[in-house]
Design a protein around this ligand. Structure first.
Ligand code: NDP
Length: 356
């Protein structure tokens, strides 16, 4: 029997779609990605999505500071506690805080599971959307047939694309300060963060906990980040902004990064910064490779919503939610909103076709 709804993804859009679909008795299956796949670690496409790579989430409504640790202890089932320090280790986390990204995502997943959502730890490698029901193939060669599909695969961090950057991935080059910043190789050294958006400001500020100094490498003379995040970074005593510069080459020895060469975008001479690591925070690319061109994309590679204010895609019965289809708002709360919409759209589609 085909599934009624399969949701591919693992961020706020996927879990919100799952909460709605399971409460609508559609018995959804979420394929959340394979946590053991090293490529997912490198690409930032691990289960629980991009929010699992962030620190405190200050803008998701309903999470003021409180005794979060006590709440997590009671709300999460032991199997859904990905990092025991959230609840067990009194030294590593303040018991009273807002919510951080991984906690928020684990709570969303738990909420979906509480209503009966099934979750598989697999990567989707292929879909066949040319026939109905659709067929989804996972990395272990298993297939799942489904009447409707919600794509909520999000986006992943971009790198600069320099050969020297590739060479030093895992040896001092990273696209996730929150995942890697605490590593001994980055401690008490100057570090560079490339980018000038909210991510870059957040990462630079976070890295000040470990680094002796943080340079922000900004290609224009203004930041794209929101005013509050930009000001917080620029006013930090450990952060120095290198305006009008881009990284031209990552420098290093056999083992690790030792510096970056900066090229001026304002006609000034090249400069070398002695740093022990470089963090790219230069935006994202939507995760659409597995679709192999079967769903219409916008020019910038994000999935196109074909009807205003609906999550419909170019394929009837396939819906898209969250960052994979949103190159504009890209917020956890807006992703959750479109996840809800996609579940309602799928439910109505199934009703219209007499499948529920
Ligand atoms: P953005 O697209 O907002 O910013 C990317 C930054 O990288 C820009 O400053 C851009 O420069 C720079 N950049 C891009 N390519 C290069 C390159 N090749 N060399 C040098 N610099 C480059 O991405 P973010 O990931 O920062 O943010 C994405 C979304 O997520 C936003 O909507 C943001 O608000 C949100 N977000 C919110 C957070 C929060 O509120 N806590 C935290 C993190 C993200 P330029 O400006 O010149 O184009």
């Amino acid at each position: 029997m085909p599934e009624k709804v399969v949701i591919i993804g693992s961020g706020p859009a996927a879990w919100t779609a799952a909460i709605y679909a399971s409460r609508a008795q559609l018995d959804p299956l979420v394929i959340q990605g394979d946590r053991l796949n090293n490529l997912n670690k490198i690409n930032g496409t691990m289960p629980l999505g991009q929010l699992a790579l962030t620190t405190e989430v200050e803008n998701f409504p309903s999470w003021p500071a409180g005794n979060t640790r006590e709440y997590l202890k009671t709300a999460l089932k032991p199997d859904d506690i990905d990092y025991p320090y959230w609840v067990d280790d009194p030294k590593t986390e303040q018991p009273s805080h807002g919510i951080n990204g991984p906690e928020l995502m684990a709570l969303m997943r738990q909420q979906a599971k509480n209503f009966g959502t099934r979750v598989e730890d697999k990567d989707v490698v292929k879909v066949d959307l040319k026939k109905k029901p659709f067929t989804i193939t996972t990395h272990d060669g298993e297939t799942v047939d489904t009447h409707t599909l919600i794509i909520a695969t999000g986006a992943r961090a971009n790198y600069l694309g320099l050969p020297s950057e590739d060479k030093y991935k895992n040896k001092g080059v990273s696209a996730c300060a929150v995942c890697d910043g605490f590593l001994p190789m980055f401690r008490n050294k100057p570090l560079a963060v490339v980018g000038a958006g909210d991510s870059a400001c957040e990462e630079a500020t976070y890295l000040t906990k470990f680094a002796s100094k943080v340079y922000m490498v900004v290609r224009r003379d203004v930041m794209r980040a929101s005013k509050i995040m930009a000001e917080r970074a620029q006013q930090h005593p450990k952060i120095e902004v290198k305006w009008n510069t881009v990284v031209d080459e990552v420098l290093g020895n056999e083992k690790s990064v030792t510096g970056v060469r900066l090229k001026s975008t304002a006609g000034k001479p090249d400069e070398t910064l002695d740093v022990g690591g470089m963090f790219a925070a230069i935006g994202h690319t939507p995760n659409v490779g597995f679709l192999d061109g079967q769903v219409k994309l916008k020019e910038n590679g994000y999935i196109e919503w074909t009807t205003v204010a609906r999550t419909f895609t170019s394929v009837d019965g396939v819906f898209a939610a969250g960052d994979v289809a949103d190159d504009y708002y890209r917020q956890a709360v807006s992703a959750a909103g479109t996840g809800c919409m996609a579940a309602l759209d799928a439910e109505r589609w199934l009703g219209h076709h007499g499948l529920v």
